[in-house]
Design a protein around this ligand. Structure first.
Ligand code: SAM
Ligand code: SF4
Length: 471
């Protein structure tokens, strides 16, 4: 059946393991590292050789240069904004048997559930009442979770209004679809479609995805986001599950994937995710490839250098302290206040129940606490959803990813969505920190028409209760 499925025009197993391993076997060369850093600082994407030179560098002072460059690129390309979102698990039935995941079909301890439409609404209301505007719907792989089903969920989410709350962007993390399926989902108005390859290393892929399951088809999955792009979902997200194989190999393969998409579709992935393997119900995997915190920081910084214009997503799988450190190295989006049990936003207590979730989260602080920390640390948390709603996605977004874009669009939208949050949802301490941040940011904006327009918007939000004003 799998063989009859239609792949994309660009379908190709571009993961040339021999070449990637050969690049990673080269000796460290400080000269090459410096050249790669200099190129990245010019905001030029790195090729595989250049990325590999960063991955094989073995002197701590080289790492410091890479960390430093990553911090600067983040500041130049993304400013001090951090976009916030929350995951919403819709259903954990699954026909796959991924060795690392609590939802795998052989896990009899897993409590299986698919949210009914009214239960989904309840979860969305709870998220809106906390102040969320962007969510990602997560699904197991199951015939029940068809493109039509996913689209219905997306429409349902967009229709929920709790007070002045609303979800303005729904992203998806689900199984790879065919062209038609993506078309159906696109019509429901999704933001990004995410598919993680988990591991790009073929033998490991085979080990963790047993042969009698749909996910065992490596190329079908590898090609998944290319089909999405061909079907008009031009914002796609890729990722690898770090801890299954050598992290340096996975970083190179992620860069190869991004370059493959850019070559064929004129634009790379919108985001890259780099989840690290977490404890999960009944999961026992070899520890050989688990990624240490220091290497995790390196992998984020190297990705930041290799693909300067691709969003990097850091999730609540990581604990608060590490998240704080890694943020500065190039992350553009984080989730906050996340619960990943089915129904977790209304039903779960403070403790996580492993049999009810896919894996364990290390950062379960409420959204407001994370907001406050970000503000105190000098970031501007943003709920902006303007680009995709104005069609600034895919290739078009890349055209805008040039100097001036942030000042023109991102900062104003970040500040207006932040102010909405402060007024509608923030606790007193967060509100005070947020108001101070808005003052600080306004002082830095050049005088002129744009600043004037922003000031008017902020006044409308404060005084007239207007919402969702964006440029
Ligand atoms: N069923 C869909 C699929 O497999 O593509 C949706 C993905 S799953 C619900 C979201 C992601 O969580 C997976 O792609 C995987 O990378 C990650 N994941 C699975 N088990 C994990 C674990 N034990 N620790 C950390 N992340 C995990
Ligand atoms: Fe199913 Fe996805 Fe978990 Fe694999 S990772 S068992 S496909 S939910």
């Amino acid at each position: 059946m799998i063989d009859k499925r239609k792949l994309s025009e660009s379908a190709l197993d571009f993961v040339d393991e021999e070449r990637l391993h050969a690049l990673l076997a080269r000796p460290a060369d400080p000269g090459r590292v410096r050249e790669a850093v200099a190129k990245a600082m010019r905001k030029e994407a790195l090729d595989l050789e250049e990325t590999a030179s960063l991955l094989v560098a073995d002197a701590p002072e080289m790492d410091d240069e890479v960390f430093d460059a990553a911090r600067r690129i983040k500041r130049d390309v993304y400013g001090n904004r951090i976009v916030l979102f929350a995951p919403l698990y819709v259903g954990n039935q699954c026909t796959n048997d991924c060795r690392y995941c609590a939802f795998r079909r052989s896990n009899e301890a897993a409590v299986r559930r698919t949210l009914a439409p009214d239960e989904l609404r309840e979860q969305v209301e709870a998220l809106e009442n906390k102040g969320h505007k962007r969510i990602i719907l997560v699904f197991g792989e199951h015939p029940r979770y068809s493109a039509e089903f996913i689209s219905d969920c997306v429409r349902e989410v967009y229709s929920v209004r709790a007070g002045s709350g609303e979800i303005r962007r729904v992203n998806i993390n689900a199984a790879p679809l065919d062209h038609e399926g993506y078309g159906t989902i696109k019509a429901a108005g999704i933001g990004t479609y995410q598919i993680f390859q988990e591991t790009y290393h073929h033998a490991t892929y085979g080990l963790v995805h047993p042969g009698n399951t749909p996910k065992a088809d490596y190329l079908w999955r590898l090609d998944g986001v290319a089909r999405a792009m061909e079907a008009g979902c031009d914002d796609v997200g890729i990722g690898a599950l770090f801890g299954l194989y050598d992290w340096r190999f996975e970083v190179l393969a992620l860069v190869a994937h991004a370059r493959h998409l850019a070559r064929h579709y004129g634009v790379g992935p919108h985001t890259i995710s780099f989840p690290r393997l977490q404890p999960a119900s009944g999961v026992r995997l070899p520890e050989r490839w688990l990624v240490a915190d220091y290497d995790f920081k390196r992998l984020v910084a190297i990705l930041r250098l290799a693909v300067p214009y691709t969003g990097l997503i850091l999730t609540a799988r990581e604990g608060p302290e590490l998240r704080r450190e890694v943020l500065a190295l190039g992350v553009s989006q984080i989730d906050a206040g996340s619960r990943i049990e089915l129904g977790g936003y209304t039903e779960a207590g403070d403790a996580q129940v492993l049999d009810r979730e896919q894996f364990q989260l290390a950062d379960v602080r409420p959204l407001d606490t994370v907001m406050r920390e970000l503000l105190v640390d000098g970031y501007v948390p943003s709920f902006c959803t303007a680009c995709y709603r104005l069609g600034r996605t895919g290739e078009q977004f890349m055209e805008f990813a040039i100097p001036g874009f942030i000042e023109r669009f991102c900062t104003p939208n970040a500040l207006s969505t932040l102010l909405e949050y402060l007024i509608d949802y923030a606790g007193p301490a967060t509100r005070a920190a947020g108001e101070a941040a808005i003052e600080r940011e306004l002082l830095q904006l050049p005088e002129g028409k744009r600043k004037q327009a922003l000031l008017e918007k902020l006044t409308r939000i404060r005084e007239r209760g207007d919402r969702d004003l964006f440029v």
